[in-house]
Design a protein. Structure first.
Lengths: 435, 408
C-alpha cells in the first residue's frame, strides 16, 4: 500500500548542486535531483544589471523529516525546519462540538502526517473492493517525501465552552487585537485549527492539505487557505531570499539555540511555567499581507530603499556595510538627517527598538491571480513563531501606525494558533489535553 | 416535508431517521475498556485482542486465532501503527464486523460478532501482512450477516417502488404543467414547474441511463435524461433544446408562453411518459441504492450550489432539497440491513442527514416557488459555502456505503 524507497525524482532539474539540509534523513537510496541556480558573483555597484548571487542551493526530493519526537518538548516540524520552497496553509472551523471528535481528528491527522512526511500514502489509492472510495487521493504517488512537514495548530476557539477544554487554555493564546492599518477580511481570518504543509514540491504540500481536509469532513469545515511559493525566509545554510517587493526578507531572523529558547519555545526547560501540554511548543501568528504590486513597481528605487531602510540588491542597512552589518539607527548624513529613516520598516521592526524582542519569521510569497481591478493579487503569507503572541502584537502596533511600507501593503488576514510540541511515537498532537 | 403531499407511499422505515445522534466520526472514544482478557472462559463470550504496531513496518497482531462458535468480542488497540486505520473481520469478502478511525494514542475499541463455525480472516489494510486466518470451531450457525443481506435486498425492492411512484407522479405533474401552458396561464405554469421538478430530482441518478430504441448511446437525441433535463450550459447544438429547462427559460426569462413553449411542454410530457414506462423494468441491487444516493449528492455539488441547474427560475434550493430527500430515501431503505452491518456508520450518516435537513429548514419560505428561498446571487454569496460544506460532510460517509452493502 505504501510506496517503497523514494524513486529518483523526474521533477527536478539535473545540474550542479550538493544535497542540502543537515539533519534530514534520506528516504531513498537514489541521489536526489538538484534544482538550483549558481550565479557568478559580480560586485554590486559595478554592473548596474547585476543579479544578486544566490549561492549554491539544491533540492533533494528524496529527503524526509521524521514526525515523531524522540524526547520531551521537541517541536513540530515546519518551524525551525530549514524552509522548504512551497507551503500550503489552511484553517478550519470545528463543526462538531463533541470533544471525542476533536480527539479522533487530531489522532488521525497525526498518524497521517507521519505517513505523508515519510512519502507514504494515507491509505489505499485503489481500494480492495471495487465499490470502495480511495483512502488516499493519489496525486503525490512517486513524488517522494520532498522534505514535507505539516504543522498542526489549535486556535483560541478550541478552548471555548464547546469541548470542555477552557481550563487548559494558555493565557497567551488570545485573538490578536485589532491593530492600526488592519484591513482584515473575516473570510481570511481566524479558525479553530490550522495546518501548514511545507515541501519542496508544491504538489506534495497540496496533497497533504487536501487529504487531511478530506479526513476532517463531518468534523470540521474549511475556512481559508493560502498557497505559498518562494520561501521568504532562510535557514542556517540558506541565503536570504526575497519577498515580492524584491527585497531580502528576514536578514535578522532568530537563528541561535539561545534565541529560540528565549523567543520561540514555550517553557523549553519544562520547569512548569506553562501548562505541560504546551511545554516545548510555540505560537503561530499568521497574517495575509496583500501588496500593491503595481504601485510599488512605480516607486523609484531610492524611495523603496528608504521605505525598507536597506539597499535593494545587497540588503545592507542604509547606515552602511553589508547585509549582515548591524544597522546603526543613530547614523546621520552630513546634512544631519538619519541615514535609516525612523519610520522605515527595518527601524520599526528592529529588536533594538522593541525592548530586545525578536520574532521567528517563516513567511512565503503568495499569489491569488488577478483582482477585480485587473491588478496582480499577490503578497506575503506572513507566519511568525513566538512564545508569546503579544510580542508580534507589540511590533505590529508600531508598524501599523507609522511604517512607510503601509502605503504599499494591507494586512487582510489574521489568525493565531497554539502549536503543541511534537508527539512521541504511539501518541498524537495534543493528546495531553484529553488526559 | 415540502413534497410530502405528493408522496404516494409513506414509509415506516423513515421514522427512525428522526433520531439525532451526536456521533460524527466513529465511536472510537465511546468505548474505553482496554483488552486485558484474552481467555475464552469469561462467560460465553470469547475475547480476542488485535494490536497494531510499527517497529519500522506496520504489524497487525491477533492474540488468538481459534475460538469456539458464539459471540466473540474483538478489542482493537493501535499502539503505534500509522498505516493501519481500520480492521475488519471477513469471510468470503463479507464483512462481519469492523472498526475504523484507529490511530496511535486513542483508547482501545471493541466490536462483537456472533460467529458460526468456519474459516474467517482478520483484515488489516496497510499492514505488512494484511490478512490473518481466524478459525471458529463448532457448529456452522446461520450468521447475523445473512439476515443483513436479506434486509438490504428487501430494502432494494421497497426502494424500486419508491422510484416508480416518483416517476409516475412526475407524469401527472408534467401533464398539469402542459395543461396550464396550453391555456396560456403563465403564473400557474410557473407554479406547476416548481411542483414538477422535485420528482425528477428525487430519483434522477437512478433513471438517467435510458436511451430510446434505435439510437446510439452517444447520440443525445435518444438520451431520455438529456431530452428531459438538458440545461443551457450543456446544450448539444445538433439536437436543439427541449425539456424542463427550455420551458423554464420561456416561463421565467422570456416571461411569455409561445407556440414553442407549448411544443416543449408537449415533448416533455411524451418523454416523461416514456420514462415512466421504462423505469419499472429496472432492478436494484443494494449497492445501486448507495451509489444512487451518492450520485444525487454529486448533483447537488456540481449543479445546484452553483445555481446552474435553475438558471432562470432560481429554484435550485427546491432541487437541492429534493436531491437530499431522494438520497435520504435510498438510505432509509438500506438502513435496517445497514444497522446490522455497521451501526456506527449508519448513525453517522443519519446524523449528517439530520444536520443537512435542519440547515435546509432555514431556507424554507412558503412565499417562494417550491417552498424555498430563491437561490439568487445574494443568497449564493451568503450561503453557498455553508451549504457546500454541509453537503460534503454528508457526502463523505455516504460515499463509503456502496462498498459496505456490496460486501454484506
Amino acid at each position: 500500500m505504501t510506496d517503497g524507497p523514494a524513486p529518483l525524482s523526474r521533477r527536478g532539474l539535473f545540474g550542479a548542486g550538493v544535497a542540502a539540509g543537515a539533519g534530514l534523513a534520506a528516504a531513498g537510496a537514489g541521489v536526489g535531483a538538484a534544482a538550483g541556480i549558481a550565479g557568478a558573483t559580480i560586485a554590486t555597484g559595478v554592473n548596474p544589471f547585476a543579479a544578486a548571487t544566490n549561492g549554491d542551493e539544491s533540492i533533494d526530493l528524496s529527503l524526509s523529516h521524521p514526525f515523531y519526537a524522540t524526547a520531551a518538548r521537541q517541536p513540530q516540524g515546519g518551524i525551525r525546519t530549514t524552509p522548504q520552497r512551497y507551503c500550503v496553509f489552511m484553517t478550519f472551523d470545528m463543526s462538531s462540538s463533541v470533544a471525542t471528535d476533536l480527539q479522533v481528528l487530531l489522532a488521525r491527522w497525526s498518524a497521517s502526517i507521519a505517513q505523508l512526511q515519510a512519502g507514504k500514502t494515507v491509505g489505499s489509492v485503489e481500494p480492495a473492493h471495487g465499490d470502495g472510495v480511495g483512502a488516499d487521493t493519489g496525486e503525490a504517488l512517486d513524488l517522494g517525501p520532498a522534505s514535507l512537514t505539516v504543522t498542526v495548530g489549535l486556535g483560541p476557539g478550541i478552548f471555548d465552552e464547546r469541548f470542555g477544554l477552557a481550563s487548559r487554555r494558555p493565557d497567551a493564546l488570545r485573538q490578536i487585537p485589532t491593530l492600526p492599518s488592519d484591513r482584515l477580511q473575516e473570510g481570511l481570518s481566524g479558525g479553530d485549527l490550522s495546518l501548514q504543509a511545507c515541501a519542496d514540491d508544491p504538489q506534495v504540500a497540496y496533497h497533504a492539505i487536501r487529504d487531511l481536509a478530506r479526513m476532517a469532513r463531518g468534523t470540521a469545515t474549511v475556512r481559508w487557505t493560502v498557497l505559498g511559493f518562494g520561501r521568504a525566509s532562510a535557514g542556517p545554510s540558506q541565503t536570504t531570499p526575497r519577498n515580492l517587493m524584491g527585497f531580502k526578507d528576514g536578514t535578522r531572523n532568530v537563528t541561535t539555540d539561545e534565541e529560540y529558547d528565549r523567543f520561540v519555545w514555550v517553557d523549553p526547560d519544562g520547569d512548569g511555567e506553562a501548562d505541560g501540554w504546551m511545554a516545548g511548543g510555540t505560537y503561530q501568528v499568521v497574517r495575509k499581507i496583500q501588496m500593491n504590486i503595481e504601485i510599488w513597481d512605480a516607486d523609484v528605487v531610492s524611495d523603496q530603499q528608504r521605505v525598507f531602510g536597506r539597499t535593494k540588491i545587497e540588503g545592507a542597512p542604509l547606515s552602511g556595510g553589508t547585509e549582515h552589518t548591524t544597522p546603526d539607527f543613530h547614523a546621520r548624513t552630513a546634512s544631519g538627517d538619519r541615514k535609516i529613516d525612523e519610520t522605515s520598516h527595518v527601524a520599526l521592526a528592529a529588536h533594538e527598538n522593541n525592548d530586545g524582542v525578536k520574532i521567528l519569521r517563516r513567511p512565503y510569497n503568495y499569489t491569488d491571480g488577478l483582482n477585480q481591478y485587473g491588478q496582480l493579487d499577490a503578497g506575503l503569507l506572513f507566519a511568525a513563531y513566538v512564545n508569546d503572541p503579544e510580542h508580534f502584537t507589540r511590533i505590529q502596533r508600531r508598524l501599523g501606525a507609522v511604517d512607510r511600507l503601509n502605503e504599499y501593503i494591507a494586512h487582510i488576514g489574521s489568525a493565531v494558533f497554539a502549536i503543541p510540541p511534537a508527539p512521541k511515537k504511539g501518541s498524537y498532537i495534543g493528546e495531553q489535553l484529553f488526559r | 416535508m415540502p413534497f410530502g403531499k405528493h408522496t404516494v407511499r409513506p414509509l415506516t422505515t423513515l421514522g427512525a431517521l428522526g433520531v439525532v445522534t451526536a456521533l460524527a466520526l466513529t465511536g472510537c472514544a465511546a468505548t474505553s475498556s482496554s483488552a486485558t482478557d484474552d481467555s475464552t472462559d469469561s462467560g460465553k463470550v470469547s475475547r480476542v485482542s488485535i494490536t497494531l504496531t510499527n517497529d519500522g513496518s506496520d504489524k497487525c497482531a491477533v492474540s488468538t486465532t481459534k475460538v469456539p462458535a458464539g459471540p466473540v468480542t474483538f478489542s482493537v488497540k493501535n499502539e503505534s501503527s500509522t498505516a493501519i486505520t481500520e480492521v475488519e473481520l471477513l469471510q468470503d469478502q463479507r464483512i462481519f464486523g469492523e472498526k475504523e478511525n484507529l490511530a496511535p494514542g486513542l483508547d482501545a475499541v471493541q466490536f462483537t460478532a456472533t460467529l458460526g463455525g468456519g474459516k474467517y480472516q482478520v483484515y488489516c489494510p496497510g499492514a505488512d501482512k494484511e490478512l490473518t486466518d481466524f478459525t471458529v470451531t463448532g457448529k456452522v450457525a446461520s450468521t447475523a450477516n445473512s439476515s443483513a443481506a436479506t434486509l438490504l435486498k428487501s430494502g432494494a425492492t421497497g426502494y424500486s417502488k419508491y422510484v416508480d411512484a416518483q416517476v409516475s407522479d412526475m407524469v401527472t405533474a408534467v401533464e398539469q404543467l402542459q395543461t396550464d401552458i396550453d391555456a396560456g396561464n403563465l403564473e400557474a405554469a410557473k407554479k406547476d414547474y416548481a411542483d414538477a421538478r422535485p420528482y425528477y430530482e428525487h430519483v434522477e441518478s437512478d433513471v438517467d441511463g435510458f436511451v430510446k430504441k434505435g439510437f446510439k448511446a452517444t447520440d443525445n437525441a435518444g438520451n431520455l435524461d438529456y431530452l428531459i433535463d438538458m440545461r443551457a450550459s450543456n446544450l448539444d447544438p445538433a439536437v436543439g433544446w427541449s425539456g424542463f429547462h427550455a420551458v423554464e427559460r420561456d416561463l421565467f426569462e422570456t416571461g411569455a408562453i409561445s407556440d414553442g413553449t407549448k411544443q416543449y411542454a408537449a415533448d416533455l410530457t411524451t418523454n416523461v411518459t416514456l420514462l415512466a414506462k421504462l423505469v419499472p423494468t429496472l432492478d436494484y441491487k443494494p449497492e445501486d441504492l448507495a451509489n444512487g444516493a451518492a450520485g444525487l449528492l454529486e448533483e447537488v455539488q456540481s449543479n445546484k450550489i452553483t445555481g446552474e441547474e435553475e438558471a432562470y427560475s432560481h429554484i435550485d434550493l427546491v432541487d437541492l432539497a429534493a436531491n437530499v430527500e431522494g438520497a435520504r430515501q435510498a438510505f432509509a431503505y438500506l438502513k435496517p440491513g445497514l444497522t446490522k452491518l455497521d451501526p456506527t456508520l449508519t448513525k453517522q450518516i443519519a446524523a449528517q442527514f439530520d444536520r443537512t435537513n435542519s440547515m435546509m429548514d432555514g431556507f424554507r419560505n412558503a412565499d417562494d416557488l417550491g417552498g424555498f428561498d430563491s437561490w439568487d446571487d445574494a443568497a449564493k454569496s451568503a450561503h453557498a459555502n455553508e451549504v457546500s460544506q454541509r453537503v460534503q460532510a454528508l457526502q463523505d460517509p455516504l460515499s463509503r456505503l456502496a462498498e459496505k452493502v456490496a460486501t454484506a
